[in-house]
Design a protein around this ligand. Structure first.
Ligand SMILES: O=C(CO)COP(=O)(O)O
Length: 270
């Protein structure tokens, strides 16, 4: 694997499952238990490849109780947070509440938030800062739609989103940040960007972060790919030098399939 030397990764790979608006709080427990059992049976080394899930808000208390009660080495986070800390913002969730529930991460700027909820880069920059304010690691999603990809301006487009969303962060914060490249045309469509497309964008993102925050910081930032990732294509994507993990939607709802993605090192890269 190009991203590893003598079996050691440059950065700890992160396999993240975004459950989106699926799984009520009862189903969430069953899914997480199955995932934990499957990985335990396979003797998965969670220190080597980190696992995180992003359940709906209403599931988080149950997930916290299960993770704490069974001492599961699985991280979890919210799918969104408010840019504000508290107050008259009906329906919104403060990063403070997520931190109190033991969340390590929070998704920021998923394409479904950008499109369905019209979240702008200005709002997403404020949300990224709110996450850090509450001790959460933002998992910032960027990526282009089909028209931009067809016009060939996907790199510029995605880097412009990135620059706007990380504006004003410190180099230390940028090193902790996780960025997911999710081309919108590959989400839930079965269309996967090839490993080389994922690498092209992740290398461009790392170069941009190097310009903005310096080489030492950018070398620490984990970059994920998301969009129709399955157990059959994960190993090849993760073999790319600048790809440090995957953000999985549909396939994360099946414990066996998601566990198989987590165990990507046991598959030969295609
Ligand atoms: O949006 C995604 C993860 O955040 C990707 O979803 P799919 O894996 O279902 O394409």
């Amino acid at each position: 694997m190009t991203s590893s030397t003598n079996g050691t990764f440059d950065r700890t790979p992160l396999i993240a499952g975004n459950w989106k608006m699926n799984m009520d709080h009862v189903q969430a427990i069953t899914l997480l238990q199955k995932l934990a059992w499957t990985l335990d049976d396979a003797k998965h080394d969670f220190g080597r490849v980190e696992v995180a899930v992003f359940p709906p808000f209403t599931d988080l208390r149950g997930v916290q109780t299960l993770v704490a009660g069974d001492d599961l080495p699985v991280a979890y986070g919210g799918q969104d947070l408010s840019q504000f800390d508290s107050g008259a913002y009906t329906g919104d969730i403060s990063g403070q509440f997520l931190a109190k529930l033991g969340c390590r991460y929070v998704l920021v700027g998923h394409s479904e938030r950008r499109t369905v909820h019209g979240e702008t880069d200005e709002v997403l920059n404020a949300k990224t800062k709110a996450a850090f304010r509450h001790g959460l690691v933002p998992l910032l999603c960027v990526g282009e739609g089909l028209e931009v990809r067809q016009a060939g301006t996907h790199v510029e487009h995605t880097l412009a989103q990135l620059r706007a969303d990380v504006e004003g962060l410190t180099a230390e914060q940028a090193a902790q940040l996780v960025v997911a490249y999710e081309p919108v045309w590959a989400i839930g469509t079965g269309e996967v960007a090839g490993p080389e497309d994922a690498q092209e964008m992740c290398a461009a993102i790392r170069a941009e972060l190097t310009t903005l925050f310096g080489q030492e910081s950018a070398a620490g930032t984990r970059l994920l790919y998301g969009g129709s990732v399955k157990s059959g294509n994960a190993a090849a994507i993760l073999a790319e030098a600048d790809v440090d993990g995957v953000l999985v939607g549909g396939a994360s709802l099946d414990a066996a399939e998601f566990a198989s993605i987590v165990r990507f090192e046991s598959h030969a890269a295609a």
